[in-house]
Design a binder for this molecule. Structure first.
Ligand code: NOJ
Length: 556
C-alpha cells in the first residue's frame, strides 16, 4: 500500500460547543479554538477534526445543517473559519471538517422547498413515500432518535424518511441533482484549504428503492439490514471520489455503523477509490447488548478479539482509525479504566494500549487530561436528544422505573463527552465567563489542562510522548506499519501484543485491572520505551504488573 501522510497523523477531535468560549455566551466558538491552538501544538497533533460548525438550528448540536456554506452564528463567522484554517496551518495543523450529508436540517431551504408541495422541483431531493395505509408508515424502519423513521406531513399526505430526528430528513442520494449539490459544497470547503472530511454516517446514503421492512433482530435500529452498506453507497462514494476528491490529497474518514472488516476494506481499499479510512463501532459495543441495555463489566478477552480482528484483517488492503472516545461515547477512563484511585494510571494505560496499534489515532478533547463522565441525576439535566428518546422508550415501552432507566442512561450518555473542557480551576473551569450550555463537571478543580501542563507526570505528557513516538521517532515505522500479533489471548486482565517491522519489534503489555497480575512471557527486553509507573519490570518470564500498569518495550 502506498504510504499516505494521514497514515502517520494523529487527529484531535474538537466539539466546538464545549471547547473554549471566547465571548462569554456559554457556548464554545471558533475564536476560542484559535486561542487554544498553541495548546494543541504542545500536545503534538497535526490534524483537528472539527465537529459541525455550519449554520444549524442545533436540534442535534450541529448534526442538522441548514446552510452548508456558512457558519453557525454562535460559533462565529466565515472569516473566523478562514482564520482558523490559516492559524492552524501556521502550526502545521490541518482542519478536517465534519461533512453531514446523509441528511440536512428540516430548516434547510432544500427541505422547506421539498415539503412545500408534491409538485415542487425539489420534492425528490428528500425521500417521500405514501404510508402502507392511512395510519401506517411506509415500512417499519426505526431511527436512532425516534420509534419510527418516518414523519407524516398532513399537507401532502406523505411521509418523509429521517434516520435520526424528525428535524434531520434524509437526502435522496438517488437523485443526481442532490449529489451534485453536495459535491459542490465539498468543493467550496476544499477551496478554503481544509485538510479533509469526516463523513457522518456515510454508509447510510444508499437506500434500496423498494424500502422493504427491516428484520426484527437485535442489530440495533430496525432497518439497518437495508440501509447500512447498500451497494449504491459504494457507487456514490466512487462518484464522489472521481468528481471531488481525486485531485486533492485529503484525509477522508467515513463514520460507518454496522461494518465488518470485509466491508471496511471495500470502503478503504486504495484501488476502489472510495474513502481513506473508516470509524467502526464494534469495540464500543463490548460492554452493552444494545442501546437500551445495562452496562456490562468490560470483557477484556472479547475486546481483544474484536480489536485484533480489526488490526489483522484490514491492512494492507485498507486502513482503519483508532479511537476510544468521541462526542458520542462516554469517557474512556470511566468506562474501561478507573476514574477514581487509578484515573491517571488507567488513563495512560488506555492511551498506550491504543496508540501502539495499527491505524490513525483520534484523541477526543479532554481525553488527554483524563476527563471523566458526569452523572446527571434527572433526565431534564441531559441535553442530548438521544437520552430523552431512550428514557421514553425505557420507561414507557420497556416498563422500567425512573431510577432503572437513569442507571442505564448515565454510563453511556453522549453528554458525558460533551460537558465543557476543563482549562483551569477558575469559574466554569475557565471554559466560559457566562453560564455554560451544559454544566461543568465538579472535578475540574483537580482535573484540568493548567495543572496537567504543570505536572510532568500528567496524562497530557504521556499522550504527548505517544504522539511523538508515532510521528517522529526511531519507532515510527513500526508503530505506523508494523505487523500486529496478539499474545496471551485468553488472559482476562492483560492485553499484550507485538508490532514488528523489519528488524524491530515492540511489545505492549497492559494490565486492565485494579489488582496486581502475574505475567510470564518469553520476550527479552532491550529497553522500555514508555511506561506509567516510575520503573518497568525487566524480566518478563516472571513479572508482576501493578494496577493498570502498562509498558511498551523494545524487545529482541
Ligand atoms: C453521527 C454523529 O456522530 C452523531 O453525533 C449524530 O447524532 C448522528 N450521526 C446524526 O448526524
Amino acid at each position: 500500500m502506498e504510504k499516505k501522510w494521514w497514515h502517520q497523523a494523529v487527529v484531535y477531535q474538537i466539539y466546538p460547543r464545549s471547547f473554549y468560549d471566547s465571548n462569554g455566551d456559554g457556548i464554545g466558538d471558533l475564536k476560542g479554538i484559535i486561542d487554544k491552538l498553541d495548546y494543541l501544538k504542545i500536545l503534538g497533533i497535526n490534524v483537528i477534526w472539527l465537529s459541525p460548525v455550519n449554520t444549524s438550528p442545533m436540534d442535534d448540536n450541529g448534526y442538522d445543517i441548514s446552510d452548508y456554506e456558512n457558519i453557525a452564528s454562535e460559533f462565529g463567522t466565515l472569516d473566523d473559519m478562514e482564520c482558523l484554517i490559516q492559524e492552524a496551518a501556521k502550526r502545521d495543523i490541518k482542519i478536517v471538517m465534519d461533512l453531514v450529508i446523509n441528511h440536512t436540517s428540516d430548516e434547510h431551504p432544500w427541505f422547506i422547498a421539498s415539503k412545500s408541495s408534491r409538485c415542487h422541483p425539489k420534492r425528490h431531493w428528500y425521500i417521500w413515500r405514501k404510508g402502507k395505509d392511512e395510519i401506517t408508515p411506509p415500512n417499519n424502519w426505526a431511527s436512532w432518535f425516534t420509534r419510527s423513521a418516518w414523519e407524516y406531513d398532513p399537507d401532502s399526505k406523505e411521509y418523509y424518511l429521517h434516520l435520526f430526528s424528525k428535524k434531520q430528513p434524509d437526502l435522496n442520494w438517488a437523485n443526481p441533482e442532490v449529489r451534485q449539490a453536495l459535491y459542490d459544497l465539498m468543493g467550496f470547503w476544499i477551496a478554503k484549504g481544509i485538510g479533509g472530511f469526516r463523513m457522518d454516517v456515510i454508509n447510510l446514503i444508499g437506500k434500496p428503492s423498494d424500502y422493504p421492512d427491516g428484520a426484527l433482530t437485535d442489530l440495533g435500529v430496525v432497518g439497518m439490514d437495508h440501509f447500512c452498506n447498500h451497494s449504491l453507497t459504494h457507487e456514490y462514494l466512487r462518484e464522489m471520489h472521481q468528481k471531488v476528491l481525486a485531485n486533492h490529497d485529503l484525509l477522508t474518514v467515513g463514520e460507518t455503523p454496522l461494518v465488518t472488516p470485509y466491508e471496511a476494506k471495500l470502503y478503504t481499499h486504495p484501488m476502489r477509490k472510495e474513502l481513506g479510512m473508516i470509524f467502526q463501532f464494534e469495540h464500543m459495543d463490548v460492554d452493552k447488548d444494545n442501546a437500551f441495555s445495562e452496562k456490562k463489566p468490560l470483557d477484556l478477552v472479547g475486546l481483544k478479539r474484536i480489536m485484533t480482528r480489526w488490526q489483522e484483517e484490514i491492512y494492507p488492503d485498507g486502513w482503519n482509525s483508532l479511537y476510544w472516545n468521541n462526542h458520542d461515547q462516554a469517557r474512556i477512563v470511566s468506562r474501561f479504566g478507573n476514574d477514581q484511585e487509578y484515573r491517571v494510571e488507567s488513563g495512560k494505560m488506555l492511551a498506550t494500549t491504543l496508540h501502539f496499534m495499527l491505524g490513525t489515532p483520534y484523541i477526543y478533547q479532554g481525553e488527554e487530561i483524563g476527563m471523566t463522565n458526569t452523572y446527571f441525576k434527572s433526565i431534564e439535566e441531559y441535553n442530548d436528544l438521544m437520552d430523552h428518546h431512550k428514557y421514553d422508550v425505557m420507561t414507557k415501552d420497556m416498563g422500567l422505573s425512573h431510577s432503572e432507566a437513569m442507571d442505564r442512561i448515565q454510563p453511556f450518555s453522549r453528554d458525558n463527552a460533551r460537558t465543557p473542557f476543563h482549562w483551569d480551576t477558575s469559574l466554569n473551569a475557565g471554559f466560559s465567563t457566562g453560564t455554560p450550555w451544559l454544566p461543568v463537571n465538579d472535578n475540574h478543580l483537580t482535573i484540568n489542562a493548567k495543572m496537567a501542563l504543570e505536572d510532568n507526570r500528567s496524562i497530557f505528557y504521556h499522550y504527548q510522548k505517544l504522539i511523538k513516538l508515532r510521528r517522529n521517532s526511531e519507532y515510527s515505522n513500526t508503530i505506523v506499519y508494523g505487523k500486529h500479533t496478539l499474545l496471551l489471548d485468553d488472559d482476562p486482565h492483560i492485553y499484550a501484543y507485538k508490532r514488528s517491522y523489519k528488524n524491530q519489534t515492540i511489545l505492549v503489555i497492559s494490565n486492565f485491572s485494579e489488582h496486581h497480575q502475574n505475567i510470564s512471557l518469553n520476550e527479552q527486553v532491550i529497553t522500555p520505551i514508555i511506561h506509567n509507573y516510575d520503573t518497568a519490570p525487566q524480566d518478563l518470564q516472571k513479572a508482576i504488573l501493578r494496577p493498570y500498569e502498562s509498558i511498551a518495550y523494545l524487545v529482541y
